[in-house]
Design a protein around this ligand. Sequence first.
Ligand code: UDP
Length: 333
Amino acid sequence: MKVFVTGGAGYIGSHVVLALGEAGHEVMVYDNLSTGNRGAVLHGELVVGDLADRALLAATLERFRPDAVMHFAASIEVGESVRDPLKYYRNNSANALNLLEAVRAAGIGRFIFSSTAAVYGNPPVVPVDEEATLAPINPYGASKLVTERMLFDLAAADGAFRYVSLRYFNVAGADPQARLGQDYANPTHLITRALKTALGIFPKLQVFGTDYPTPDGTCIRDYIHIADLARAHLDALGYLADGGASTVCNCGYGRGFSVNEVVAMARQVTGIDFPVEAVGRREGDPAELVAASDKIRRLLNWRQQHDDLEFILKTAWAWEKKLAAKRVSELAS
Ligand code: UDP
């Protein structure tokens, strides 16, 4: 199939682009490179463009004529969304509207959306399933929920348009061959921060909140390996190609780890007892997010391969070391 991928130069998008290429699909990436990297696009053509540029978007879709669209391009930081909510409604909601209008005008009927477990807010029952009440507690989750709602309404109005919305839990790790991984200028996610602290890039790791209603007082998350998440997108594509109806699926393993448990595993995998400091809560963080993931297994026939926190940390660590060595050689030359 021909697949148009927004945000394909970013962390998750680039891994999916690689998986699409390996599966024999033709890919076009559309990315403004605000956080993504040109070098992360290992397959297909990269068009450097913004979703706010409706003319370029329409012309690019017209030229490529994709069979399906995967939409990754978004802002993704909970803390930043609390401080700068309009950035999130602009990048995640308004730009998604631009994209959907362009997709509809081009007559494209298959759409896969990067949604988030943040749409659930603080779920009353954990593991949380897809039928749970949607009550985001931060602008990030709310801005993604707006797009989920647009997709739902568009599919209801137009029988030729079908979508799969994938609600990601905490995506982590790197390509097991270390060809790709997370590479942001200012990473905020726990595992990346922990490993960069082990490398001495940050002086210490801050643990945001130790007074949550969880067994050790730190937040619990369901960490899913990037390769398993990438696989879910190919499964969703196959599902839509087979005529599957529009749907929403959680992407997680169904098992949670606390921040302290992740820190302990990061120290074990790196062999480095890096400094950690307990500080206050970060605004917008729910105490516990763990996926009920029966639906994606049943409906999309998704099979996990890397449900293993140690493997997640090991692949992320191999990538971080590779990245650090690359930076050193760049500085030396
Ligand atoms: N976290 C932390 N220190 C950090 C980064 C994250 O304690 O430097 C915590 C954060 O408060 C949350 C969990 O780790 O409880 C996962 O946060 P992350 O930003 O990785 O992902 P999110 O759950 O926000 O998508």
